[in-house]
Design a protein around this ligand. Structure first.
Ligand code: CA
Length: 236
């Protein structure tokens, strides 16, 4: 029998009660938790302990979560460690993700322990954000996206998409489960110089969903933030 080491999750949270709840629930799920109370300590433990994932509170005394994340993601040694940012209700999740600090996901307080554990599982399974790879086929329900051919099919029927819709679907589907703010999608899909508002992306999403018909739900709306492509079925 091979001993499988437990995934190690480093949690940075200054509120003792929340830290305790997070630690308890992650340990109960079989994770090894490294608990840190501030950003400086957390960052130094990330560098020495090389955890599998970091749950990082945004609002911390001293070095805040944004700065910790920025440093983790700008260091080639720690860059691949996924970071889940914890934001309080009312803080701009848009800003957190839009800052380009490279957080892999976020969760909003108050959250249920179950919700957090689910997020941790998804992010660990997904690993670090991968590059878009041409030639990949993504299958989700009756939807097949051929990234190499820039082709989408619903139940084997070719779907007639505009180039913008195809780029949007291609981009989202290349990063299943990852949330992208509208502004990010706009710059990736339409271009930095486009004279458009954030809501413009909603128009494209609406049109895309209409064309995808029965598979429209592959593009999920994340309230107050943007959109994500739903988790892809794992093929054996
Ligand atoms: Ca806090």
């Amino acid at each position: 029998m091979i001993a499988v080491s437990k995934p190690r999750v480093l949690v940075i949270e200054d509120e003792p009660d929340i830290l305790e709840v997070i630690t308890y629930n992650l340990e109960r799920e079989g994770y090894k938790v490294i608990a840190c109370r501030n950003g400086e300590q957390g960052l130094s433990r990330i560098r020495t302990d090389n955890p599998d994932l970091c749950v990082l509170d945004l609002m911390l005394p001293g070095m805040d979560g944004v700065e910790v994340c920025r440093q983790v993601k700008s260091d080639p040694v720690t860059r691949a460690i996924p970071v889940i940012m914890v934001t309080a209700k009312g803080e701009e999740s848009d800003i957190v993700l839009g800052l380009g600090i490279g957080a892999d996901d976020y969760i909003t307080k108050p959250f249920s322990p179950r919700e957090l554990v689910a997020r941790v599982k998804v992010v660990l399974r997904r690993g670090p954000l991968r590059d878009e790879s041409a030639g990949d086929r993504i299958v989700r329900g009756g939807l097949t996206i051929d990234l190499g051919r820039h082709e989408a099919r619903v139940d084997d029927e070719l779907v007639n998409l505009t180039p913008t819709e195809m780029r949007l679907l291609h981009f989202l589907a290349s990063h299943p489960g990852r949330v992208f703010p509208r502004a990010h999608l706009l710059s990736r899909v339409i271009g930095e110089n486009a004279v458009v508002t954030d809501r413009n992306i909603d128009v494209h999403v609406r049109a895309l969903r209409q064309k995808l018909g029965a598979q429209a739900n592959c593009i999920e709306t994340v309230r107050g933030v943007g959109y994500r492509f739903g988790e892809v079925e794992k093929k054996a």
